[in-house]
Design a protein around this ligand. Structure first.
Ligand SMILES: Nc1ncnc2c1ncn2[C@@H]1O[C@H](COP(=O)(O)OP(=O)(O)OP(=O)(O)O)[C@@H](O)[C@H]1O
Ligand SMILES: [Mg+2]
Length: 385
């Protein structure tokens, strides 16, 4: 099923300082996802993700979504749910690390009246709330082994027992999990059950980090500028080509979340210098020359110093390029190297050689579906920073 835009009905329930998404079809609150063309952009890696999501969405197979922080794991879960046959049921999120271990079992499976001191009434757990919907286990790697085995039971035959109860209950839900880290390593360390891993990852979706889908950057920037221009009722200046190039050569450790936050501040504050300053010190901090080395094994002095020289060169070139508005002829003269040598160093450092496509003016009309979603999003999108 190919959708251009999706609007879901949800309410947000804040527990333990984390956002918990609970579906409520009676609710007037609407949550909009960006259009599919924005979410998946045009890079082959994301097209593969799109194909996988569209293929598995309508099935009930458990899906594991992996990716660095801010790559859009939760967004993909929302999409999977919206495209699924269970979209009229709830999308119930469990932020696994946010719930204390001692409470996790009762949070997930609920309890019977009188199960323990203070259990005055029967309480439904999140698993039961997700009946006929989707259960989303976020950061699944932090679940303890005991809870993993109880969830394994749910996955095997759809049954569980409330804490303090005797009766086995059946539920029908689709499980989607997300993980930042490598669950296989956890299996090797004995902190994650191999049989549970097999069950939750019938299909695995790996989201690429933003630095591996730089061709999608202009589409995303464009979208966030439009979105936040509507939210803040303020349209900023078009970003300069030099700022665009800087963003294209940046390593984006916080992925799309970091990009979104940056653009949001840009729209709010309107200062390109502030945006550039956010990125430049980071480049220095990451690549700074340091004598910190791993002493557990022999090191190659030649390799380390070659890398340090490259890193330093990269930072200096970046600064001089920036100071010369990315004019490469001027930059080469300033650095007292040949133009050819500058081009070589740029390509070696993975910096862009061709000018990025200029940003669309946020005021320019897009196709109706996109505009509609952006409008819906600007009025109702709920975000946690
Ligand atoms: N492909 C995308 N298109 C548009 N916006 C996106 C995309 N991916 C992520 N975002 C936005 O970036 C922010 C972070 O996304 P999300 O919360 O889904 O990331 P995550 O992988 O779950 O991060 P974490 O591991 O830190 O929980 C959200 O505001 C989301 O809407
Ligand atoms: Mg997340």
């Amino acid at each position: 099923m190919a959708l251009q835009s999706l609007a879901l009905q949800h309410t947000f329930d804040t527990q333990d300082g984390k956002m918990t998404l609970v579906h409520n079809s009676e609710s007037a609150t609407s949550f909009s996802l960006p259009p599919m063309d924005i979410i998946f952009g045009k890079t082959p890696a994301m097209q593969a993700v799109r194909n996988k999501i569209e293929r598995v969405a309508e099935t009930d197979v458990p899906v594991l979504i992996q990716g660095e922080s801010g790559t859009g794991k939760e967004l993909c879960v929302q999409l999977l749910h919206a495209l699924s046959q269970r979209s009229r049921g709830g999308l119930v999120k469990v932020s696994c690390p946010a719930i204390p271990h001692s409470l996790l079992e009762t949070e997930l499976f609920g309890y019977e009246k009188g199960a323990f001191t203070g259990a005055m009434n029967t309480k439904l757990g999140r698993v039961e709330q997700a009946h006929n919907g989707t259960l989303f286990l976020d950061e699944v790697g932090s679940l303890d082994l005991n809870v993993q085995s109880k969830l394994l039971q749910v996955l095997q035959d759809g049954t569980f027992v409330r804490v303090g109860g005797h009766e086995s209950r059946s539920i029908a839900t689709r499980l989607v999990s997300a993980a930042n880290g490598d669950l296989r390593t956890q299996v090797e360390n004995g902190t994650f059950r191999l049989d549970f891993l097999f069950r939750i990852n019938a299909v695995t979706i790996n989201l690429p980090p933003l630095r591996q889908r730089i061709a999608d950057l202009p589409i995303l920037i464009d979208y966030f500028i439009e979105h936040y221009s509507k939210v803040f009722r303020h349209t900023p200046e078009l970003l300069s080509k030099s700022a665009m190039r800087l963003m294209q050569s940046y390593h984006w450790p916080g992925n799309i979340r970091q990009l979104e936050n940056l653009i949001r501040s840009y729209v709010l504050i309107g200062s390109e210098d502030a945006l550039v300053a956010e990125l430049i010190p980071e480049q220095g901090g990451r690549n700074g020359v340091t004598a910190e080395i791993d002493l557990s094994e022999p090191v190659s002095l030649k390799d380390i110093t070659r890398k340090a020289t490259h890193d330093l060169e990269r930072q200096i070139i970046l600064k001089v390029l920036q100071a010369n508005s990315w004019n490469r002829q001027k930059t080469a003269r300033w650095l007292q190297i040949s133009y050819r040598s500058l081009l070589y160093k740029l390509s070696e450092a993975g910096m862009p050689e061709v000018p990025p496509r200029p940003l669309r003016n946020p005021g320019v009309k897009k196709n109706d579906a996109t505009l509609e979603t952006v409008q819906a999003a600007s009025s109702s999108r709920t975000r946690v920073y």
